[in-house]
Design a protein around this ligand. Structure first.
Ligand code: NAP
Length: 550
């Protein structure tokens, strides 16, 4: 089947890209989605306690005022079902479903140079082709299940949080082991503990967390959201992280210890990722960061009653927010429950999974932890994983898997050299996971759409970045990360450190979303600086399926 554009994925990114290309440019577009319905991340992540850490008034599209004002969220942080309902609302409003094919797992995409088309093949053997190929596959969609010896022999059931069964999991009367204490594990543990007979949390790296302070939105707050479109959008688009809250202008050490304490206490009581915004230099000055880190560690020790457990939970080895900072609902309090225990894997690493549970061996000798259910909250093969899961072949049959052996190489996280007309929404090298995703997604979709519109208008046949532009961007991405404390958490998934054998390269762009967006706009304004556009091939090309509406 032939299209002008194929979009892979029907989460936020795929939906908006479909709308933009089809309804603004008049292209024939097909969206191919692996899941059985809309949602992307929110289709798969239905684990207990799952909730978006971005506030609901900013975790939505802002490209249309009408769309923004028509939707009402029920809580401060939306749960997956509400986000799916929102995306369904978007799809209905713009009649998007008719161009989305669900249950369609893209296995390969090959650039056919002669025809200047991307040839896409699904696992089921269906074939599609298009001039433009846009990946909207998400950054955190390739589940990472560690290759722990013995898993195949485990007699109980096990689940990864990112592929949670839609019918749910009943923990009543079960002994549950949860591996992982990232944002997901920190959300899941308190909810699992409510019904499980016993929950054992296996912690490799202790983590900071700040209360989310989730609550229903009052009628007044809902009214404020409706009437604050301009303000919310302007803020979200002007901050480094795409959230709709401002970051303090003040440095932490400019405040007296008493003032700082009061600022942190207020932020702790208010809850949310705003804790990171209490001082402007928390991610650039270690001394500043230490003040926030010490505050959170003191809170953990104050909440958790058992001193050994408190020590393990507060023994955090990286600066605050150098790994993605979780927010929680009663995470540390959960360890005061009689049915919850913590295993510190730094002291007692997992030796193997046995038919009956998990065996650790370390300071406490050999210990068997009998389990009925293991929950892997072990994260994702982030950013590159979802792209490399597709066998992508570019010009001359070059392979993305080969090209990225030493780490991802992109220009702006939007394109790769040698892969003409392939765009990656929130790809590695773009702000992506360091932001409130819908805002980053909108910026990418709009940039890609404007680019395609312009190329079609001028009869340009292909666009791809120059190798030098890719190299320079890669260096800039590393440089931006090096200027922050994110660089100090070498074991974070931002570096790919959570996946065995993955190259250690800092993947997202840490220079800030607003700065990045300006940079992308300037590049476009300067005639797509760093990109190679091939006009000569236009004459040879197959006639586009639809005529541009530009
Ligand atoms: P994650 O941050 O990568 O955390 C994975 C956890 O599993 C870490 O504690 C990790 O320990 C542990 N782990 C991994 N492999 C292990 C192994 N072999 N043995 C023992 N422990 C192991 O993954 P995540 O919590 O799923 O979060 C990923 C990202 O998804 C977040 O950072 C966030 O961006 C996003 N997310 C967003 C939301 C939201 O907005 N609501 C919620 C959840 C997640 P180490 O730290 O030692 O590697």
């Amino acid at each position: 089947m032939e299209f002008d554009a194929i979009v892979i994925g029907a989460g936020f990114a795929g939906l908006y890209q479909l709308h933009a290309l089809r309804d603004r440019l008049g292209l024939r577009v097909r969206v191919l989605e692996r899941g059985g319905d809309l949602g992307g991340t929110w289709y798969w992540n239905r684990y207990p306690g799952a909730r978006c850490d971005s506030e609901s008034h900013a975790y939505r599209f802002m490209f249309s005022r009408e769309l923004f004002e028509e939707w009402e969220s029920s809580e401060r942080y939306p749960a997956p079902a509400e986000i799916r309902a929102y995306l369904d609302f978007v799809a209905r409003k713009f009649d998007l479903r008719r161009d989305i094919q669900f249950g369609t797992h893209v296995a390969a995409a090959r650039y056919d140079e002669g025809a200047n088309r991307w040839r896409v093949e699904t696992e089921a053997g269906e074939r599609f082709s298009a001039v433009w190929l846009i990946t909207a596959v998400g950054c955190l969609s390739a589940a990472n299940v560690p290759d722990t010896p013995g898993l195949a022999d485990f007699k109980g059931r096990w689940y990864h949080t990112g592929k949670w069964p839609h019918h749910g999991v009943d923990f009543h009367g079960r002994r549950v082991g949860q591996i992982g204490t990232g944002s997901t594990g920190i959300q899941a543990a308190p909810v699992i503990a409510e019904t499980a007979l016993h929950l054992t949390v296996f912690q490799r790296t202790a983590n900071y967390s700040v209360p989310a302070c989730n609550r229903p939105l009052t009628p007044e707050l809902r009214q404020w959201v409706k009437s604050s479109f301009e303000e919310i959008r302007a803020t979200a688009r002007s901050t480094i992280n795409g959230h709709a809250f401002r970051i303090s202008e003040r440095n932490a050490l400019e405040a007296s210890p008493e003032e700082r304490q009061a600022v942190y206490e207020r932020a702790w009581a208010a809850g949310g990722l705003q804790f990171r915004a209490t001082f402007r230099d928390l991610l650039t000055s270690r001394a500043a960061n230490d003040t926030a880190a010490e505050f959170v560690k003191a809170r953990i020790r104050a909440i958790v009653k058992d001193p050994v457990t408190a020590d393990s939970l507060a023994d955090i080895d990286h600066p605050y927010a150098a790994k993605r900072p979780p927010i929680d609902t009663n995470y540390f309090e959960t360890f005061n429950r009689p049915n919850v225990s913590l295993v510190n894997l730094r002291k007692d690493p997992i030796e193997r999974i046995t038919p009956a549970g998990i065996r650790t061996q370390g300071s406490a000798g050999v210990r068997e932890h009998p389990l009925d259910i293991i929950v892997f909250a072990t994260g994702f093969d982030a950013l590159t994983g979802p792209l490399l899961a597709i066998d992508i072949l570019g010009r001359g049959g070059r392979s993305l898997r080969e090209d990225w052996k030493a780490g991802p190489q992109t220009y702006l996280g939007l394109q790769m050299a040698g892969y003409p007309n392939l765009f990656t929404i929130t790809g590695p090298g773009s702000p992506s996971v360091l932001t409130n995703m819908p805002v980053a997604i909108e910026q990418h979709v709009e940039w890609i759409t404007d680019c395609i519109a312009l190329l079609r208008k001028h009869g340009v046949h292909t666009i791809e970045p120059a190798e030098e532009a890719v190299t320079a961007w890669g260096e800039h991405v590393q440089e931006c990360a090096r200027a922050t404390l994110l660089w100090d958490a070498k074991h974070s998934w931002y570096f790919g450190a959570n996946v065995v054998g993955k190259p250690r390269v800092f993947m997202p762009y840490a220079g800030g979303l607003a700065r990045y967006a300006r940079h992308c706009a300037n590049i476009a304004a300067r005639g797509y600086e760093g990109f190679i556009m091939d006009r000569r091939r236009a004459a040879e090309a197959a006639t586009p399926v639809a005529q541009a509406g530009v």
